[in-house]
Design a protein around this ligand. Structure first.
Ligand SMILES: *Cc1c(COP(=O)(O)O)cnc(C)c1O
Length: 236
């Protein structure tokens, strides 16, 4: 299918998942994950009305964003290193994947220097996977107030990347866990957190049923990423 067809199909699937659970269709925002894709692809998506994009590498984003339409908006969805925070604060309207007090402190410091307040989402390692970044729920409970006290960040919610499974239903308990943790955080902070960033190409409908407000979709929209295709030499 073409990009316009993929986009319409995903929007319809989002709307259907919302309808099934009695949610308003506009309560879910599609974040188009454009990592590895060139500016022409982003331009084509913007022409179809898709404005929000996600990138996971600062270097790639720094080269790409200036070549894309000015009305495209950008969120960072990768693992952030402290020496890249200054660029991230400049390039992105929201930083997902904040996974330590140290990185949050650095974001707050750099945001202050840039005379802004940076919206962030805290990443949670919902399955306790050793290979994944993200806060263990326990550590988040312990550090949440300190995170929230940082002057130039604004915690807008939580994000998670559950273990990969070809069976979307298997991700449901992790989505539920993230939603419950958000409620817990809201109680501690005495404030509503607007966002739950969860759900990717393979499981976004289940994520929406469990309360996702931001779904991060790459492959289902843009097709297979070049970097994840096997080269001919490896094909057998
Ligand atoms: C690449 C990526 C996605 C998109 O994954 P698809 O399966 O291609 O939809 C979503 N979230 C994060 C954090 C990613 O790095």
């Amino acid at each position: 299918m073409s990009l316009p067809e993929n986009l319409i199909s995903i929007q319809q699937r989002i709307a259907a998942a919302c309808a099934r659970t009695g949610r308003a269709a506009d309560s879910v925002t599609l974040l188009a994950v454009s990592k590895t894709h060139p500016p022409e692809t982003i331009r084509a998506a913007v022409a179809c009305g898709q404005w929000l994009f996600g990138e996971n590498k600062i270097q790639e984003a720094k080269a790409k964003i200036p070549l894309c339409p000015g009305k495209a908006r950008w969120q960072f969805i990768g693992h952030l290193q402290s020496n890249k925070v200054r660029d991230a604060v400049e390039l992105f309207e929201l930083i997902q994947g904040v996974d330590s007090l140290a990185i949050a402190q650095e974001i707050s410091k750099r945001a202050e220097q840039a005379a802004k307040t940076m919206p962030i989402l805290i990443e949670v390692n919902v399955a306790g996977e050793a290979s994944k970044y993200g806060y263990a729920p326990e550590r988040l409970r312990a550090e949440l107030k300190e995170l929230n006290a940082l002057p130039r960040i604004e915690i807008q919610g939580l994000m998670a990347i559950p273990p990969f499974t070809p069976v979307p239903e298997k991700a449901r308990p992790y989505f539920q866990k993230l939603r419950e943790l958000k409620v817990e955080c809201e109680t501690v902070l005495g404030a509503t957190l607007p966002h739950l960033s969860m759900g990717m190409s393979g499981d976004f409908e289940v994520a929406i049923e469990e309360g996702a407000t931001l779904v991060r979709i790459g492959t289902a929209l843009f097709g297979e990423r070049l970097s994840s295709l096997r080269r001919p030499a490896e094909a057998n």
